[in-house]
Ligand binder design. Structure first.
Ligand SMILES: [Zn+2]
Length: 452
C-alpha cells in the first residue's frame, strides 16, 4: 500500500497542472460544456425580469406582469428549446400558512429529459422573488423577531417590483439553459434528468417541499440534486470581486451522499472547467439562509447548493436586485460547472449500494479478523469498481485503486477502524459514479434504569 501511495504522489508532483493529460475527459461532455451560451443566459434573464415581480402571491392572470405570466413564459420557452423535453407545470394547491397569507395555486415548472433508467438527477433554481425592502433591513427574514416577518404584515403588497435578477433569476436561467443544452446534445443519458424551477421558495421552500415529499411517498429514485440559488453576481457588497470560483454547500455527516456529490462536482469541474474553482463548504448552507436543497435533504435525497463566491446582500430581496448586478460571464462559468457534473453523473452507472437491507455497512474484518473486506451490490451497467480509502481524520479521499467487475475486495492486514473506505462504479465508457462511503454509524443511546 505504501508503494502505491508513493507512486501516486510522484505522478501528481511531476506533472504541471496545465500540461497534465486529461484521461478522464469525455468529448461528449466537453461538447455540452462548450455549448453553454452566455448570450442566451442574458436573453433569458432579460425576458424573465420583464415580468416586474414573480412573487408567489402576485398576479396570476396578467399576461405581462406577475408570476402567472412568468411561469407561462418559462414553460413555453423550455418547450421551444427542444422537443425531447417533457415540460409541464407541477401544480399544488397550498392553504394559507406562515408567509402564504392566502390560498394559492403554486406551480413549479418542470422539464424532464428521459434517460435509459428511471433514476433521477435534478437541476434547479427558484423563479419566485420577493421584495421585503432588502435583505439587510432588520427583521427581514426573521419570523417571530420583534416587529414580525415583513411578508406576514398587514398591507404587504406582493405586486410591488421584485426583479429577482440574481435571487434567483440567475439559478432559473441556468436551469433553463442546461435543459436546452442537454436536450439538444443528442446524447442518451443513463439517468433521467429533471430541470425544475421552483415557486414559493421565499415563503419557506414551499414548492420544493411538497414536490420532494411526493417523491419520497412515491419512492421515486433521486440520486442527486444540483440546486442553484444566487449564482450570478461576482462583485461582493464588500467591494471584492471573485469571478473565478463558486461555492458548493453540502450537508454532513462527513461521508454523507451530499458530501460525496460535492467532491464529485469538484473533481469534474477540474477536468472540464479548469478555469473555475469549486470551493466545497462542509455545511448545509450559509448562516441563517437556506434554499430548496434542504427540502430534498429532509426527504432523504442527496442534495447540494451552488452559491456565488462573494455576495452583495444589499442587492437581495429588494427592488435593486436588477439585471445590471448580474455578471453573465460568471454565471456562464457556474452553468458550465453544473453541466460538467450533471453530464458526468448522468452517463455513469448508479453508485454501488454499500449497506445491507437493515442499513448496516457491508464492511468486515474478514477473512482473518484483522483484514478489511468491502462488499457492495452490483450497479447496473458497471464493468469495474474503484475503491477509495483515507485516514479517518481527513475529509477527502487520499488513495484509490481500480478493481475488476467484482462485488467485494479485501485489503490484508488493514484495520477497518483506521480508515474511511468507499467504492464507486465505472461504466463501459469509463464514466465513474460518485463514491459510496462506509459511514461510521452513531451508536444509539439507551436509558439506564436506576435503583429507587
Ligand atoms: Zn434565493
Amino acid at each position: 500500500m505504501r508503494m502505491v501511495v508513493a507512486l501516486l504522489l510522484l505522478a501528481m508532483t511531476t506533472l504541471p497542472r496545465a500540461q497534465a493529460p486529461r484521461p478522464d475527459a469525455d468529448p461528449r461532455i466537453e461538447e455540452i460544456v462548450a455549448s453553454i451560451s452566455e448570450q442566451r443566459l442574458k436573453e433569458l434573464l432579460t425576458k424573465l425580469v420583464s415580468f416586474g415581480t414573480r412573487n408567489t402571491l402576485s398576479d396570476q392572470t396578467s399576461t405581462t406582469h406577475g408570476i402567472g405570466a412568468a411561469r407561462n413564459w418559462i414553460l413555453e420557452e423550455m418547450r421551444r428549446s427542444s422537443e425531447k423535453l417533457r415540460v409541464n407545470f407541477d401544480t399544488h394547491q397550498i392553504a394559507p400558512q406562515g408567509r402564504i397569507t392566502s390560498a394559492v395555486d403554486l406551480r413549479n415548472v418542470m422539464a424532464v429529459l428521459p434517460g435509459k433508467s428511471p433514476r433521477r438527477i435534478y437541476v434547479s433554481g427558484h423563479y419566485d422573488t420577493v421584495n421585503i425592502g432588502g435583505q439587510n433591513v432588520s427583521n427581514a427574514a426573521a419570523p417571530g423577531a420583534a416587529g414580525g416577518d415583513r411578508q406576514t404584515r398587514a398591507g404587504f403588497d406582493p405586486n410591488v417590483e421584485a426583479n429577482g435578477a440574481n435571487d434567483d433569476g440567475s439559478g432559473t436561467v441556468l436551469t433553463m439553459e442546461l435543459a436546452r443544452a442537454f436536450a439538444q446534445s443528442g446524447i442518451e443519458f443513463d439517468a433521467t434528468l429533471v430541470f425544475i424551477t421552483w415557486a414559493g421558495e421565499e415563503q419557506g421552500l414551499v414548492g420544493s417541499n411538497v414536490h420532494a415529499e411526493d417523491l419520497r411517498k412515491n419512492s421515486v429514485p433521486v440520486t442527486a440534486v444540483f440546486n442553484n440559488d444566487i449564482v450570478g453576481n461576482s462583485l461582493g457588497g464588500n467591494g471584492i470581486r471573485d469571478a473565478e470560483s463558486v461555492k458548493v454547500y453540502a450537508i454532513g455527516p462527513e461521508d454523507s451522499p451530499a458530501r460525496s456529490l460535492a467532491r464529485f462536482i469538484r473533481a469534474k469541474a477540474a477536468v472540464y472547467v479548469p478555469s473555475h474553482r469549486v470551493r466545497l463548504m462542509a455545511r448545509e448552507d450559509r448562516f441563517g439562509r437556506g434554499s430548496d436543497q434542504s427540502s430534498f435533504t429532509q426527504n432523504g435525497f442527496p442534495a447540494i447548493v451552488f452559491r456565488e463566491a462573494n455576495e452583495n446582500f444589499e442587492r437581495q430581496h429588494g427592488a435593486n436586485d436588477k439585471i445590471d448586478g448580474v455578471d453573465f460571464a460568471y454565471l456562464a462559468q457556474n452553468a458550465r460547472v453544473n453541466a460538467a457534473g450533471v453530464a458526468s453523473l448522468a452517463l455513469a452507472p448508479p453508485a454501488p449500494k454499500v449497506t445491507n437491507d437493515r442499513g448496516g455497512n457491508m464492511l468486515s474484518r474478514d477473512p482473518s479478523g484483522y483484514d478489511a473486506t468491502m462488499r457492495w451490490n452490483a450497479s447496473p451497467g458497471a464493468v469495474a469498481y474503484k475503491i477509495y480509502w483515507r485516514d479517518t481524520w481527513t475529509n477527502d479521499w487520499e488513495h484509490s485503486q481500480t478493481v475488476g467487475n467484482v462485488t467485494q475486495f479485501t485489503m490484508k492486514n488493514v484495520n477497518i477502524d483506521d480508515f474511511v473506505f468507499g467504492v464507486s462504479a465505472i461504466g463501459a465508457d469509463g464514466q465513474e459514479s460518485v463514491v459510496s462511503a462506509y459511514v461510521s454509524p452513531v451508536r444509539a443511546g439507551t436509558t439506564i434504569k436506576r435503583a429507587q
